[in-house]
Design a protein around this ligand. Structure first.
Ligand SMILES: [Zn+2]
Length: 848
């Protein structure tokens, strides 16, 4: 049966929740909401729920008559709620107004409604505030003892209803608490305490908070009103509607439990009235059940009002939560932080581009149901912000902050839902929704599509997470011959694989572009030469290698620096494998036999097999096709042979914040944990691991074929150390990323200060790490030029920032500031170049 239901005071604290409950059945009933306020968004919502909204006052007899005379049910919630709580707050004028609204308003309704109509009315437990003794479990029959205007007017209303001859239900409510979209109602004690707690404040407990309070959850109150309306056999009754009888101190303790930062301050004064409690036996006897409780309501209010750990990322990609999987398929859920009023369904073909815009106000939220994209984005509020890329796969939600320019490159045929708050008008770009900002063109699209890495190089997982983005950068070692020379820029970003814990770059630049002609010759460095001489002695002893008998291969052999010590000790079965033509030529000239090429399947036939020892120093970081390379190494290795790998150690990079280790040549960043996960896939065992000093901290591991060898204890110890450091926790990597960005701000600030004081700033050293750092920091004009010992680099330019590299003779002015970019050689550089002046500073010292 269709009912005619009137809700007075429908915009109020209880009315708001009651309307929400009725929205479920409003299509089946005639529902009229009357309130003397007009709250735009609420009124709009009520209309959209198919309810009538009338702005009007219950004192308007004619209006009340018009809407109530046909009513089947009236929820009479209207009344003044901003009432004096103590005698001192009271005055005659206010008290009078409260009384008139209560008495006349209620009478107007009683006069208007028919005898069939049910009127449901909220009274209050405060009608017992005048009881002189402490009394608990007060029943509905106890005589009321009001004092202040609020309870007096409620007691008066109760009498009016009882004497009206109409079908009434009176609910004597405890203090109603809980979160509402209407108002915070901080005049209610649990709400006030939750608010104070959410702001880390101080709760004052008068008389130690010993006073007892009768409380009831807001949503249960609204539910009870609706159940009373639906119930056919309850008429002309009074019910106490309270749930918790609890001291003020207990409420404060719940708050403290949810936020230990709140301070509870007890005072020891006397309380005039220790309170009273109402029995709820009668309402429970009707079958009504409470579904909410104080603890969870307080928790909700604190959470909603406190400064939350909001996600600060410019772009945030996430999988659905609370997955439910059964034989039919999968359900996953995405929670949003703001309402959505428009959903665009967007199909896009593989290889196309969309967006190239930003939103001045709202977040862009896209839920990908099919396909895959590379998303490119950049903060436009901070001019020096890097351009970042991110893969989004199907099933994921991507959220981009306002004022972040973004572009989608579709790498598969893709469907996504664009979840919009606000209007979306194509003809009206810019007012609130979208402003054009083209920053990815077709050339860049092609570059991204052909170089992007979607799967983990080690374990094939597609769940790679961003650690840090150093922006689009040129290839670090490809110096420019002319300032105007063009060079390609590629994203330089480190990702973390949560499955195997390998860190790696988001793109893979063609190795031929980087390694075919290599300017870096290992043998120039005496410390390197000594490192390999020492290593050779150890290996011969440990692995019992024999001159003339043992066969040794070095992968990525550079100019032969690691094989030369073997040759010097009479080993003649040695072979280098080196992709750089110039280096292989140099090694062969020096009588170290070297195959020129990458270690890949197609080259295997040209390399002699059955090696007793295969060395791979600083190549494991440099390989995009790890599995193929490792497979080749194992094919070249004899059954009992040993592989020894040296590679830069991720733990050092993370600890020392040496982000400038990150450049396009280094595809991978290894820990022992990730190396073990990688080698697990092959029939091999890492049986020894040690830390070594090269390249600012490296790791050396020993591998044999088969799984039966028992690893030495150093493997277990180092694994434990990595675990304790947090190598398996994404948070460790996120913190690294945050620190790198912080450090960038410091360097720019400090360098600008130095520039104000010094006329000329000259850089010293142009290693690959300088290219990374200068491009990341966005430093170009601050440094006049760079001087360098390596003659091959003279008269070239650092790619990207285009700073010229010159011979030392150009640094004549002893008053210039020398900024050492090759920071790992700072001491040597300062010592060996005293003729350039005394004004040296290490770029690392600008980071704090
Ligand atoms: Zn992986």
């Amino acid at each position: 049966m269709k009912k005619n239901i009137v809700i007075t005071g429908g915009l109020g604290y209880i009315g708001t929740e009651l309307c929400k409950l009725y929205s479920g059945v409003s299509w089946n009933n005639k529902i009229t909401v009357i309130d003397n306020r007009f709250v735009s968004e609420r009124v709009n919502q009520i209309r959209n729920w198919n309810m009538e909204f009338i702005q009007g006052d219950i004192l308007d007899k004619e209006l009340i008559n018009k809407y109530c005379k046909e009513a089947d049910v009236v929820h009479h919630l209207a009344g003044i709620t901003d009432v004096p709580r103590t005698k001192s707050e009271s005055n005659n004028e206010r008290d009078n107004k409260i009384k008139i609204v209560a008495e006349e308003g209620t009478q107007n309704i009683l006069d208007a409604i028919s005898n069939k109509c049910k009127i449901i009315f909220p009274s209050t437990h405060v009608v017992y505030e005048g009881l002189e003794e402490i009394k608990n479990e007060i029943s509905e029959n106890e005589e009321t003892k009001p004092i202040l205007s609020y309870s007096s007017s409620k007691a008066l209303n109760e009498k009016q209803l009882k004497n009206s001859g109409k079908n009434y239900i009176i609910l004597r409510l405890g203090s109603v608490y809980g979160y509402s979209t209407d108002t915070a109602r901080i005049d209610i004690m649990p709400n006030l305490f939750s608010k104070i707690t959410s702001q880390d404040g101080t709760i004052k407990l008068f008389a130690g908070g010993r006073q007892i309070k009768s409380l009831v959850p807001l949503i249960d109150v609204a539910r009870c009103f609706k159940e009373m309306e639906e119930s056919k056999n309850i008429s002309s009754e009074i019910f106490n509607l309270t749930k918790d009888n609890i001291t003020v101190k207990d409420v404060a303790d719940i708050c403290k439990k949810h936020n230990p930062k709140v301070i509870l301050k007890e005072t020891n004064d006397e309380v005039p009235n220790l309170g009273f409690s109402l029995s709820n036996k009668k309402i429970l006897g009707t079958g009504f059940k409470f579904l909410y409780n104080l603890d969870q309501s307080i928790q909700e209010m604190i959470l909603k009002w406190s400064k939350q750990n909001l996600i600060k990322d410019l772009e945030h990609v996430r999988d659905g939560d609370n997955e439910y999987i059964d034989s039919r398929g999968k359900i996953s859920n995405h929670e949003l932080t703001e309402p959505i009023n428009l959903i665009g369904l967007i199909d896009s073909k593989k290889g196309t581009i969309r967006a190239n815009h930003y939103h001045p106000q709202q977040e862009q939220k896209c839920l990908f149901t099919k396909g895959q994209i590379i998303e490119i984005f950049q903060d436009i509020l901070n001019p020096n912000a890097p351009k970042v890329t991110q893969v989004v796969n199907e099933g994921q939600l991507s959220i981009i902050k306002p004022n972040v320019a973004h572009t989608m490159v579709f790498t598969k045929d893709t469907t996504f839902l664009n979840l919009v708050r606000g209007e979306r008008e194509h003809d009206n770009y810019g007012i609130t929704h979208t402003i054009k900002h083209v920053f990815v063109d077709e050339k860049e699209r092609d570059l991204l599509i052909s170089n992007y890495k979607f799967e983990c190089r080690s374990c094939d997982s597609i769940n790679l997470k961003r650690v840090v983005s150093l922006g689009y950068q040129p290839l670090a070692n490809n110096l420019l011959n002319k300032k105007e020379e063009k060079c390609d820029l590629y994203p330089l970003e480190m990702n973390y694989c949560p499955e195997c814990h390998n860190c790696q770059l988001s793109v893979a630049v063609d190795p031929k572009k980087m390694f075919s002609n290599y300017l870096y010759t290992s043998s120039t460095s005496s410390s390197f030469r000594n490192h390999f001489i020492e290593a050779t002695k150890n290996y011969i002893k440990e692995l019992k290698l024999k001159p003339k008998k043992s066969y040794i291969i070095d992968i990525g052999s550079n100019d032969g620096v690691a094989l030369k010590p073997f040759k010097d000790l009479g080993f003649n079965k040695i072979l280098g494998v080196e992709p750089a033509k110039n280096l292989a030529k140099l090694a062969n000239k020096n009588k170290i036999k070297t195959f020129n090429g990458f270690l890949e399947n197609k080259n295997l036939k040209n390399i002699k097999k059955n090696a007793d020892l295969i060395l791979a120093s600083n190549v494991f970081a440099h390989s995009d096709k790890l599995k193929e390379m490792t497979g080749c190494m194992l094919k070249l290795l004899s059954k009992k042979g040993t592989i020894i790998i040296e590679v830069q150690y991720l733990l050092n990079t993370l600890k020392d914040l040496t982000f400038d280790n990150i450049y396009h040549e280094h595809y991978n960043y290894w820990s022992l944990t990730s190396l073990i996960n990688f080698f697990k896939q092959f029939d091999t065992t890492i049986f020894k691991a040690e830390k070594i000093n090269t390249h600012g901290g490296s790791i050396r591991i020993y591998i044999k074929k088969g799984k039966k060898i028992k690893p030495e204890s150093n493997v277990r110890i180092l694994l434990k150390e990595e675990e304790n450091f947090g190598i398996k926790k994404f948070k460790t990597y996120q913190e690294f990323g945050e620190k790198i960005n912080e450090l960038k701000g410091n360097v720019i600030k400090n360098l600008n200060k130095l520039k104000e004081k010094n006329k000329k700033i000259i850089g010293f050293g142009a290693p690959a790490k300088a290219t990374t750092a200068l491009n990341f920091f966005g430093i170009s004009n601050q440094i006049d030029f760079i001087i360098e010992d390596n003659k091959l680099k003279h008269n070239k330019f650092i790619p990207g920032v285009k700073i010229p590299i010159k011979d030392k003779r150009n640094a004549k002015d002893k008053n210039s500031l020398i900024l050492v970019l090759a920071w790992n050689f700072y001491k040597d550089i300062k010592k060996n170049n005293s003729n350039l002046g005394k004004n040296f500073i290490n770029i690392k010292d600008l980071e704090n």
